[in-house]
Write a protein that binds this ligand. Sequence first.
Ligand code: FES
Length: 122
Amino acid sequence: MLKFRWINLTSEFLMKVKLIKKSEIQPGNRIFKRVMSKTYLIRRTDLSFEIIEYMCRHQLASLDLGELEGNIVTCSRHGWKYDIVTGKCVLGDGTSLKFCKFEEDEEWIYLILNSEGDEDNY
Ligand code: FES
């Protein structure tokens, strides 16, 4: 079940969404998770986590419907390609995938969204 709460930081309302238990993903692995109609790629390194909005920057198709070869995913709609490690668009208009803000406690990773459900880049 999706759990979230609104927090007011400065003048903007942000939503903190419980995304994944840290124990669900081991170092060196990645998981795809769907939250409020968007797909996210959660990657765990030895030291930290990274969360990428796994949605094509052309027309927001979910990239989990595309083909993944090595680190390159090809969007199933019109063929734009992204490097899922760097987030860079390698075929398309050059707009990179979004890295998302997150917070963590000892047990959970929380995705931070603004009031319109969009993430801010780092
Ligand atoms: S929606 Fe992905 S290439 Fe058009």
